[in-house]
Design a protein around this ligand. Sequence first.
Ligand code: FAD
Length: 288
Amino acid sequence: MKISEILKNNKVTVSFEVFPPKEWDKIESTKHIVRQMAKSRPAFMSVTYGAAGTRTGFTTEIANEINSSGVTALSHLTCLTSTKEKINDVLDEWHNNGIENILALRGDIPKGFVFPNDQNFRYAYELVNTIKARGDFCVGGASYPEIHPESKNRIEDIQHLKEKVDCGLDFLTTQMFFDNDIFLNFKENCLIKGIDIPIIAGIMPITNAGYIKRSIELSGCKLPKKFKRIVERFGENPAAMKQAGIIYATEQIIDLMANGQNNIHIYTMNKPDVAESIMKGLSEIINE
Ligand code: FAD
């Protein structure tokens, strides 16, 4: 099913992200994780794409498993280090596998990377154009409530986002954030700019103090005082930190929904128990 159909009518949706394993011999255990998560009945599940375009087959395999579990799959695809030929091969393969939804991404710039020639992509909007030209995929794009780290300012960031959306994007998914006001301001700025496609809010449950440093380094997002205090108090106690992280994420989602945000994407870090606990905490709210 196309995600644009799932997002129609602005009903409440909660979806999950998983990542494929780094080694092929872990593929079965990741498929097991997918099947566990599917039991929580997410609206759809996304699967990430290896940095620098590596391990495409792993993403395909996990997307197929998601679809076989009765949940709609969203495959991420990065383009920066791929040729247009390679991207078209991947699109053919995904089409033949019945994968209908793609999150079109540029990918991070590897250290020392030089743009080789015009057979490559420079920005995600070019990938969106390539995918949309085929006409058979529903396409999403990334967005950054706290602006993309390479952007000079918010105005430039949202201008480029608008250009990407105008290439035919069906929806946006945001980078993780921990302060809902930042997201709600971003959403308002998008509307002012004429970006009126669904924006899915990305929520990362921090269940382990070790994730925090890495997540902040990768995303550049700010941690509210309330969250810092939780980490200071419970960071050294893994079970307590996990419980507090799940409750923080659940409360964040409830507050977003109370503010009219109906589409939520959970960065599950491949933890079915965390995804399940959040879904249980939202059971009546989702079916409201
Ligand atoms: P773009 O939309 O191309 O933007 C990148 C930068 O270029 C921005 O600063 C933008 O403002 C600027 N820009 C855009 N167009 C122009 C233009 N015409 N002229 C000048 N500047 C321009 N990475 C992975 O490797 N695998 C994944 O699976 C993955 N999944 C992700 C999922 C989500 C929801 C998010 C938010 C990110 C994900 N990423 C993933 C990370 C992503 O690849 C990086 O953040 C990357 O640096 C930017 O990708 P983008 O698609 O947002 O790029």
